[in-house]
Design a protein around this ligand. Structure first.
Ligand code: HPA
Length: 311
């Protein structure tokens, strides 16, 4: 791996990370940086595709505790993030940091075992770089999973919830900076960011498995501190049902790239102040681990139906 390729890893977190659009607005380097994001994504995509004969149209981002699903893929190749040109490396506990290409049943998929977050110190462009790479690989649908706090009282610990919409409170947007028309539109529509057909498929598969999957609005905050009870009351007032620290930048980048999105949250805890109990990250991982079997069964049922929908 060349020195250039190692850029974007945790080594250079404190220094000048590559930031496709990190340059100040109005500076000369800005357009080149935006163009570079496309070229970097293309290079990473070419590298990934050179490692497998499969050509996945579906990608998964497996959040906290869910990464193990990718260990079950048939005929899989596992690419540690640090081997992929420009890929960011995950530092979060419960996020393994591999891209796995393999088959779920007959469907080829690419899955990220863990993601990177803003709270790790990555820029929003680095957080969404893998989505840019998926777009260059020819991926047409992403299934984004995460752990979330339940704001709505019915969204209790262990429930899987279909994300129907989001509220971006992360103070960041991956589309800020000059727009590269090769990636997508300057002002992408977000009216149905979470694909209605995919939501219907997932809800139907939940019913078929003998449960139900409610829908909820996901509010994304930067973290890493959990919310205060006052913040949760505020979030409830503005229409949020779930709260978490990921996913939203990825959804924005995916929609910008024309990739269809399915988002599923695993409620690992009641949000701060909903019940009188402090929040502990290890507990969050424990619950994600407990629900893993049900979550994986659902994904296995949903993936072939999404694949059929893309044909
Ligand atoms: N808040 C924010 N992010 C989370 C939570 C929460 O309560 N649970 C899991 N991820």
């Amino acid at each position: 791996m060349s020195a250039e390729r190692s850029k974007g890893g945790t080594d250079d977190l404190a220094g000048a990370r590559f930031g496709p659009r990190n340059a100040r607005a109005g500076s000369e380097g800005l357009e080149n940086n935006a163009a570079n994001e496309f070229d970097r994504a293309k290079e990473a995509a070419q590298f990934i595709l050179s490692q497998s004969k499969l050509r996945p149209k579906i990608a998964l981002v497996l959040g906290s505790g869910l990464g193990a699903f990718a260990d079950e893929f048939a005929g899989a190749v596992k690419l540690p993030y640090h081997t992929i040109p420009y890929f960011p490396r995950s530092t979060a506990i419960g996020h393994a940091g591999n891209l796995v290409i393999g088959k779920v049943g007959d469907t080829p998929v690419a899955a990220m075992q863990g993601r990177v977050h803003l709270y790790e110190g990555y820029s929003v462009y680095e957080v969404t770089f893998p989505i840019r790479v998926f777009a260059r690989m020819g991926v047409e649908a992403v299934i984004l999973t995460n752990a979330a706090g339940g704001i709505l009282r019915e969204l209790t610990q262990g429930r899987l919830v279909l994300i129907s919409d989001h509220i971006n409170l992360q103070g960041a947007n991956p589309l800020i900076g000059p727009n590269d028309e090769r990636c997508g539109l300057r002002f992408p529509d977000m009216t149905t960011a979470y694909d209605k057909k995919f939501r219907a498929i997932a809800a139907a598969e939940a019913v078929r498995a003998g449960t139900t999957m409610p829908e909820g609005v996901y509010a994304a905050l930067a973290g890493p501190s959990y919310e205060t009870p006052a913040e949760i009351r505020y979030l409830r007032t503005i229409g949020a049902d779930l709260v978490g620290m990921s996913t939203v930048p990825e959804v924005i980048a995916a929609r910008h790239s024309g990739i269809r999105v399915l988002g599923i949250s695993c409620v690992t805890n009641a949000a701060a102040g909903v019940i009188d109990r402090p929040l502990v990250h290890t507990k969050v991982l424990e619950v994600a681990e407990r629900v893993k079997g049900q979550f994986i069964a659902l994904l296995k049922a949903v993936i072939p139906r999404i694949a059929a929908e893309l044909k």
